[in-house]
Design a binder for this molecule. Structure first.
Ligand SMILES: *Cc1c(COP(=O)(O)O)cnc(C)c1O
Length: 361
């Protein structure tokens, strides 16, 4: 079970002996039990990227990234990358598996759970102020990291086609799996976008297998680099001042924006923007109504699909997939916000416990 199942369909896969896996990919596709019916959508599905080894789809990227790094046969290999948290956790995990040191430049707003996870795998982390939220600082850091990587004789691990196209090919396997999981066709795929690499990978994946599906790009209003431009017919994405609180989608500079805008449009998809409050509400709906524990970024695709459905943009009979990109364990403060009005009383006896149970039912 790994992304290498589709290696013969990926551009330039690493030689077999270097292929690293922790069991990423082959993630479940679950039919919605409650939210789809309540939106009037008959065929709404969730692709659970939450079950990947480090808890997000970025494991597909990191498996490919570290395999290519091993294949480069460097004498003193080093994994040098940037992250808002999930790419870093994935790179740190696969670096640990490969026995390669990992040093990461981290956005300053990364949630504690993501920082702890990266540290647990033994990565060295350096947080940089304004990285992620300020567009100038963000593009400057990724560009300078690319030069530093070249100087140090290693690859620059930024989860975007602009910086690491071979590793991003690993993410295209989402499309290959979906084509197998829904062989009768998929009309719409909704994906969240930060830098836009994920939507671009999914669009390229579907394109490469000649499987038509409209790829929709959903962004928080507070990081609208691609979505509105795509919807309004603009030819280019644009930088923004990032104000969203949604970790993973705080990417103020364009990165893969132009290419992802073009690819979504060519697929027949469009752009959707949603507020942070709507995203947090759908994070709760996923947990309470579907049993799916997602971080806020992973509820964004569903928030976009719900909005598109409410405004009559989706045929109730169409087959719709929402990518649930990362686990709720990734951002425990978002879970605390979600549950702040619920408590867990401490009692002293079974009798007290029993009376509370009887009150509940
Ligand atoms: C990285 C990430 C995204 C966005 O991916 P981009 O390639 O930056 O657009 C979405 N959701 C989660 C959970 C992520 O970690």
């Amino acid at each position: 079970m790994s992304i290498w199942k589709y290696s013969d369909q990926l551009p330039s896969p690493p030689p077999e002996k270097y292929r690293l896996s922790l069991g990423e990919g082959e993630t479940p596709l679950i039919a919605s039990r409650s939210i789809g019916p309540s939106l009037g959508l008959k065929h709404l599905y969730f692709k659970l990227e939450t079950v990947n080894p480090s808890g997000s789809f970025k494991d597909r990227f990191a498996a490919a990234a570290l395999s290519h790094l091993l294949a480069s046969e460097s004498k003193s290999p080093l994994c040098l990358g940037t992250s808002s948290g999930n790419t870093g956790a994935a790179l740190a995990a696969y670096s640990a598996a490969a026995g390669i040191p990992c040093i990461l430049a981290i956005v300053d707003t990364a949630p504690q759970a993501k920082l702890s996870q990266m540290l647990a795998y033994g990565a060295k982390l350096i947080r940089i102020r304004s990285f992620g939220t300020d567009p100038k600082c963000t593009s400057e850091i990724v560009e300078k990291l690319q030069s530093l990587s070249t100087e140090l004789g290693t690859l620059c691990q930024v989860s975007a086609f602009q910086f690491a196209p071979l590793a991003m090919a690993g993410v295209q396997t989402i499309a290959h799996e979906l084509a197998v999981q829904l062989p009768n066709g998929i009309n719409h795929v909704f994906a969240p976008a930060g830098g836009g690499g994920l939507v671009l990978a999914v669009a390229r994946g579907f394109d490469s297998i000649g499987h038509p599906a409209a790829i929709h790009c959903v962004q928080p209003e507070g990081n609208d680099t691609i979505a509105s431009a795509l919807r309004n017919g603009d030819l280019q994405a644009s930088d923004c001042e990032c104000t969203t609180q949604v970790s993973g989608l705080q990417v103020a500079s364009v990165i893969d924006g132009h290419e992802s805008l073009t690819a979504c449009r060519a697929s027949g998809g469009t752009g959707h923007t949603v507020t942070d409050d709507t995203i947090f509400a759908f994070q709760r709906h996923l947990a309470e109504e579907e049993g799916i524990f997602a971080e806020p970024a992973a509820a964004v695709a569903l928030a976009g699909a719900a909005q598109a459905s409410a405004s009559g943009q989706l045929d109730p009979d169409s087959h719709i997939v929402c990518l649930v990109t990362g686990s709720g364990f990734k951002d425990t403060s978002s879970v605390e916000r979600m549950t702040k009005n619920q408590d867990a009383p401490l009692v002293d006896s079974f009798a007290e416990f029993e009376s509370l149970v009887r009150n509940e039912i």
